[in-house]
Design a protein around this ligand. Structure first.
Ligand SMILES: Cc1ncc(COP(=O)(O)O)c(C=O)c1O
Length: 365
């Protein structure tokens, strides 16, 4: 996957995103969509005009493809992927599934959405909550451990994840992983990891934009644990409109579906997911490691270039926010979280762009 191959085979599929006059290094935030994304969404809308409610066949086919592709990406069966509009929606479905007030332990490095939800649940007396630095996370006495596998501020890959999961299980806690900064850029096998739940989404590395997120629930739990975050798409034989007592759920992960879903978001995510699987996460990762190493050689203070970090590199600086806006004015798009300036190269950034961005960053510093 060298640059000349990428220019020839892949760049033409991104003619619209690449038409922008900008060095885009915010690929860890909003991923750049392939041209086909708009065509897929258009076709899904055309089906509505043409077929009216007959469009549901197209829409549900899109949703099932989204589940299958995501399942392949993270190493689990398709039905275990439950489409959600956000990672936070997935977390809420899990929190609400506990019949007794759960004791939750989490890290202070979780993304704001999950962190906020957990704190609000605590404020409302729905959960007990302990928040500690991720390296100090101790599952003893917890019912649920919520942890990112790659930290969103620093890009650190959580070391010993399999051991941490095993320890949590030994302590009697279930584990929910946030793999938003992992799926699509680092190999991931949720089944081998024995994660109980995971949340992720297509906004970033798989180029599917907002709204196409998912919850994974492992076999053994998905059929027995019930969440009140439900609706008629979770019913057994929904189109019979039967109302058995007690209510009966659809098979496997379908029991975790909810009400009438948004239909365009999963379709919007298909082209990016297919491209990710076509290229292969291993190849994407080794290309990304080369790019991060190049950036680190050009900007010595950068952190996170090694394979103990995810796809982006960081520069810790008290003026990170100001630097990000100075760079934006100079047509280099990066972002900042707290003191961390985050830069994420991807397959669409040629070497010359990274060299230029490094020069501009030097002058901004
Ligand atoms: C680690 C992580 N989790 C979750 C999210 C998104 O959460 P939500 O889909 O609830 O908005 C992000 C978004 O940037 C993230 O970085």
């Amino acid at each position: 996957m060298d640059e000349s191959w990428l220019r020839q085979e892949i760049f033409p599929r991104f003619s619209r995103a690449l038409a922008r006059d900008e060095i885009y290094l915010a690929n860890h935030s909003l991923g750049r969509p392939p041209d086909r994304m708009a065509e897929d969404v258009r076709a899904a809308l055309d089906a509505w005009y043409r077929d009216m409610d007959g469009a549901w066949a197209t829409w549900l086919e899109g949703r099932e493809k989204f589940r299958a592709l995501t399942g392949r990406l993270v190493g689990v069966a398709k039905h275990l992927i439950i489409p959600k509009t956000s990672a936070g929606q997935g977390l809420r479905a899990v929190l609400n599934s506990f019949s007794k007030k759960p004791r939750v332990v989490t890290s202070d490095g979780e993304f704001d959405s999950l962190d906020f939800i957990l704190r609000v649940y605590r404020e409302q007396g729905r959960i007990e909550l302990k928040i500690v630095p991720w390296r100090e996370l101790d599952p003893s006495g917890a019912d649920l451990m919520v942890l990112s596998s790659v930290m969103f501020r620093t890009g650190e890959v959580v070391a010993d994840l399999p051991k941490r999961i095993d320890d949590a299980h030994a302590a009697g806690a279930l584990v929910l992983l946030d793999v938003y900064h992992h799926a699509g850029v680092l190999p991931l096998d949720l089944a081998t990891l024995k994660a109980d739940f995971a949340v992720g989404g297509s906004y970033k590395y798989t180029r599917g934009g907002p709204g196409a997120c998912w919850l994974y629930v492992r076999p053994g739990l998905v059929e027995t644990l019930r969440t009140p975050d439900t609706g008629w798409f979770a019913k057994k034989d929904m189109f019979t409109y039967a109302r058995p007592e007690p209510p009966e759920f659809g098979p496997g992960g379908d029991a975790w579906l909810e009400s009438t879903p948004p239909v365009l978001a999963p379709i919007q995510a298909l082209a990016g997911l297919e491209l990710t699987l076509e290229l292969g996460v291993e190849r994407i990762r080794s290309h990304n490691l080369e790019q991060k190493a190049l950036l680190a050689s050009l900007i010595p203070d950068l952190q996170g270039a090694g394979d103990d970090h995810g796809a982006f590199v960081t520069l810790k600086h008290p003026g990170a926010q100001v630097i990000a806006s100075t760079l934006r004015d100079r047509k280099v798009k990066v972002d900042a979280r707290g003191d961390y300036l985050r830069l994420c190269p991807d397959i669409l950034n040629p070497r010359a762009e990274l060299e230029r961005a490094a020069r501009i960053l030097h002058s901004a510093l």
